[in-house]
Every structure is written in structure tokens, then in C-alpha cells.
Design a protein around this ligand. Structure first.
Ligand code: BES
Ligand code: ZN
Ligand code: ZN
Length: 489
């Protein structure tokens, strides 16, 4: 589906349907021409009013922020996507920044236009082929066309990356093995001249003493892979490394998950998939950063050779870990990958993304990711910039009392906390043990367990994989790039 600009007044654009946003309940709005008195009476200017007979859909918007614009376009799209129409038009609605407003409006359409129907015999095709945005503002002003076009281009790149990630995460565990992720990584590198891909196998992991990663993999019939992607821009102003948890399936291992908790665990590869999506989009946007994605990819299964509660693992860093629960496997894979990333890549910014804990979902709900780290400045800058993407983020602070809880009697640390409370933060603190002093303030941990997989559609997200982390990180990177351009840093 295309989202394109037309340098015409809305009335002069030919289309099958029209979307109209009612900003701040302003029913005197000049596009509100077709509402009969009774319709106006029932429609207070908020929410959604679809009038198929008039081929118009109205959506209330409180204020012209990127988030409300994006949500309104997704809401409108969802209301009309099953109609027998091929083209839709809309005036432009631009808030403080034309570029970001256009990025948001187009993202709403493009992200809502996603479905995973690979396994449906009967597919419901969406017939809408294009959405045309007029250069005429809803207040009759002309908008800055160049800015708007950049916004649309970025929206297309970000939405394609998000939908690429959704496809990976939604794919079944039978099909989506570590080998399949390798194939996907290699395939997309082939199509991008400035991205390289190196894949490390189990022998390499052994040579690197990545014993925690290997232990998690041991009972799987699929060997593990460490995938390393690198995007090199023309001029780099910063080296940024993303590390992703890529559990293509998490059964819990010998500390087996109860049946109903195991369902959806194909989504435990969301962090790795998001890292792939980010590097893909960053390269297309030609962001001025050297970006690496380090993906720790394996299954967590059961079997006679499975790693066990009571085992002690010697990680790559030399830190020993007592295994008390094999279902706390993501932190073991990440411990080795984070250590590898620091020593091999010397990041100036290090961000890991993982569906790490159920505790984060319990604490924050299914819509919000947890942001952790040691630098409050970095965490709040990330939250501020990334929130413009519409992803919800909350900072979870470490403290010394929680640090006590992962002590072990026989090893340096335990892989689970001794308390039933604070599990998202104690998992973050576990990862922090593997962050070397010089990287402490350059590291962020994103626990995306809540929003990565959507039970009931919300916002721009259909049910299933959401692509959590992709938009948040890309908005953050875009803002960092803009700030550098402005000479602020
Ligand atoms: N992959 C899960 C976390 C998860 C839970 C992701 C729900 C998405 C939705 C992780 O590996 C896990 O099982 N964590 C355990 C840790 C516990 C054993 C300390 C958990 O959260 O229950
Ligand atoms: Zn687990
Ligand atoms: Zn897991």
C-alpha cells in the first residue's frame, strides 16, 4: 500500500473514501460538511464515526501530537480496511513539526495495514492500494512539501522494518529455528551494500568460552548461532551496538513452563528480531552511526543433556553463575553476548533488547517496556526521544537492596532472585554484572516482554507480534542524529 502526497486541494483529489480528523472537537471544521444534524448530535467530535453512505470516516483527535495523529490514522484505517475501496484521501494535519507529523500519520496507516495470514486458507485481502495526503492543511494552509515527503519516506522505512520484525516473530517455532534467522539475516544483507553479516557457530562460541549461552542451547536439536550485523555509514559520529535475545523457543527448559505460559513463547526472539529491524531501517535512512546488531540465537528445550538447576556456569567474562531456574535463560545468553559485544566492538552506546521477564509484564502491563541502566541521564533521554514513537516506556531504577537478592552461596551470582518481588529489576541487575566499568553509563537494557506480543489488538498493533523496540530505538536514533546536526552534542 502506498501513502503519497498530492499537491492539490482535498476536494480536487479523486478517491473512494475520505478520512477527516476532528481536532479538539471542532465540529465547525471546514471539512465537516456532510454531517446531518442528527449525526452531528450523536457525534461529539471524539472517537470515530464512519459514514459509509457518504464515504467518509471522522476521527476525533485531542491535539496534533505525533502520538495522537498516528493513533487516529490507525483507528480510521482499521474502520475502513475491509470495505471494497482502493483509494483514500485525507487533508494534512501537521503539528509543531511537519516531518514528524507526516511520519506519524503514514506510520499509523502502514502499521495498521499488517496481517499475518500465512497459515489461513482463506485470506481477507485489504483492497486499499493508496492513501493520498493533500498538501492542503485542514486549516487551508499549504504545508512544506519537502519536509512532508521526508516524513513519509521515513515512515515507510520504519513501518517496513517493523512489519519485517513482526513476520519473524509471528513465524512458528517449527519453521523459525536459529538457522532460519541466519538465513533471514544473510538475505537482507545481500540486499544492502553497507551492511555486513558474520555468523558464528557453536565451535566459535566454545572457543570464546560462551558457556552460559551454550548451556541454554544444549538440549536443543538446533545448534546456536551468534549473528553479527554491521552497518557502516559514510561518516560515523558514534558506534552503537544493539544486543538482542533471540530465543526461537522458550519452553522453560527443565524448569518447564506450565502449558498455558508456554504458548506465545515463539515471541522470545523479539529482541533479536528488533535489532535486525533497527539496523535494516537505520541503513535505509542513512543514519550517521556505525551500528552493530549482536543476536544470541538458540532454543531453550528439555532433554537428557539439558542444563540443570544446580549447575554452575562459567561465563565468557569469568563470572560464575549458579543456575536455580532454567527458565531464566535469556539473561544467560545475554550475559555472554553483552560481554562479547563490549570486548569485541567497544561500543559508545550499548542497548540490549529482550523479552526478559514475566515480572515486567506484571509490573508495567502489556503495553509498556521497562528501561534500565546506570545513567539516569541516558535513560531519561532515551525515554523522552523514543516515546515520540508511540511506544510506552518506563524507567525502572536499580537499588542496592535488590542487588543483594541475586547473591549465590556457591557461585558469584545466581540466575534468579531470592525474592518473588522485583523480578524485572533483578534481571536487569543480573545483566549489569556483565557490564564492565567503562561501559556502565553507556548501557541501556530494554525489557520488551509486555508489548512484544499483543493478545488483543491496540493502537497500531494487530494481534500477535508488534515489533516492539523498533520504532522506539529508531526515533531515538533519529533524534540523536538531528541533535548532532544542530551541533548540540
Ligand atoms: N521469556 C521469558 C519471559 C517472558 C514472559 C516473556 C512472558 C514474555 C512474556 C523468560 O525467559 C522467563 O521465562 N523468565 C522467567 C524468569 C523467572 C524464572 C525468574 C519469568 O519471568 O517467569
Ligand atoms: Zn524463560
Ligand atoms: Zn525467555
Amino acid at each position: 500500500m502506498l501513502v503519497e502526497l498530492a499537491d492539490k486541494n482535498v476536494a480536487d483529489i479523486a478517491a473512494d473514501y475520505e478520512i477527516i480528523f476532528i481536532v479538539n472537537k471542532d465540529l465547525g471544521h471546514r471539512f465537516v460538511t456532510d454531517l446531518a444534524d442528527f449525526e452531528l448530535h450523536s457525534y461529539k467530535g471524539d472517537k470515530l464515526l464512519n459514514l459509509p453512505s457518504k464515504r467518509k470516516v471522522y476521527v476525533g483527535i485531542k491535539e496534533l501530537t505525533p502520538n495522537s495523529i498516528r493513533l487516529a490514522s490507525a483507528l480510521a484505517f482499521n474502520a475502513i480496511k475491509e470495505l471494497n475501496i482502493t483509494s483514500v484521501k485525507i487533508a494534512s494535519y501537521s503539528g509543531d513539526c511537519t516531518k514528524i507529523s507526516f511520519q506519524a500519520i503514514a506510520e499509523g496507516f502502514l502499521l495498521a495495514n499488517y496481517k499475518f495470514d500465512r497459515y489461513k486458507s482463506e485470506k481477507k485481502d485489504i483492497k486499499i492500494e493508496k492513501i493520498i495526503i493533500s498538501t492542503e492543511d485542514y486549516n487551508s494552509k499549504k504545508i512544506a512539501i519537502d519536509e512532508a515527503q521526508i516524513g513519509l519516506d521515513h515512515a515507510r522505512i520504519i513501518s517496513e522494518a517493523t512489519n519485517f520484525v513482526r513476520d519473524i516473530v509471528n513465524e512458528t517455532p517449527e519453521i523459525y529455528t536459529p538457522q532460519k534467522m541466519v538465513q533471514d539475516a544473510k538475505d537482507f544483507c545481500l540486499g544492502s551494500a553497507n551492511i555486513e553479516c558474520v555468523v558464528h557457530d557453536e565451535h566459535y562460541l566454545k572457543s570464546q568460552n560462551m558457556n552460559a549461552f551454550l548451556a541454554v542451547n544444549r538440549a536443543s536439536v538446533h545448534p546456536p548461532r551468534l549473528i553479527h550485523l554491521k552497518y557502516t555509514p559514510k561518516n560515523s559520529i558514534k558506534r552503537i551496538v544493539f544486543v538482542g535475545k533471540g530465543l526461537t523457543y522458550d519452553s522453560g527448559g527443565l524448569s518447564l513452563k506450565p502449558a498455558d505460559y508456554m504458548v506465545t513463547m515463539k515471541s522470545d526472539k523479539s529482541g533479536a528480531a528488533a535489532a535486525m529491524g533497527i539496523i535494516k531501517a537505520a541503513a535505509k535512512m542513512e543514519l550517521p552511526f556505525e551500528i552493530h546488531a549482536v543476536l544470541g540465537v538458540t532454543e531453550n528445550m528439555i532433554g537428557g543433556n539439558a542444563y540443570k538447576p544446580d549447575d554452575v556456569l562459567v561465563t565468557r567474562s569469568g563470572i560464575t553463575v549458579e543456575v536455580k531456574n532454567t527458565d531464566a535463560e535469556g539473561r544467560l545468553v545475554l550475559a555472554d553476548c553483552l560481554d562479547w559485544a563490549q570486548s569485541q566492538l567497544k561500543p559508545e552506546l550499548l542497548i540490549d533488547m529482550a523479552t526478559l521477564t514475566g515480572a515486567c509484564v506484571v509490573g508495567l502491563g502489556e503495553y509498556t517496556s521497562g528501561v534500565m541502566g546506570n545513567s539516569y541521564e541516558l535513560q531519561s533521554e532515551f525515554k523522552d526521544f523514543a516515546s515520540k514513537s508511540g511506544e510506552y516506556l518506563t524507567i525502572l531504577e536499580f537499588n542496592d537492596h535488590l542487588r543483594e537478592l541475586i547473591k549465590s552461596d556457591i557461585a558469584d551470582i545466581s540466575n534468579i532472585s531470592s525474592s518473588r518481588y522485583g523480578g524485572a529489576i533483578t534481571a536487569g541487575i543480573f545483566l549489569d554484572k556483565f557490564i564492565k566499568d567503562e561501559y556502565k553509563d553507556k548501557w541501556l537494557h530494554l525489557d520488551i516482554a509486555g508489548p512484544a506480543y499483543v493478545g488483543k489488538a491496540w493502537g497500531c498493533n494487530p494481534t500477535g507480534a508488534s515489533g516492539a523496540g523498533v520504532r522506539a530505538c529508531l526515533y531515538y536514533l533519529q533524534k540523536l542524529a538531528r541533535n548532532y546536526e544542530k551541533g548540540e552534542k
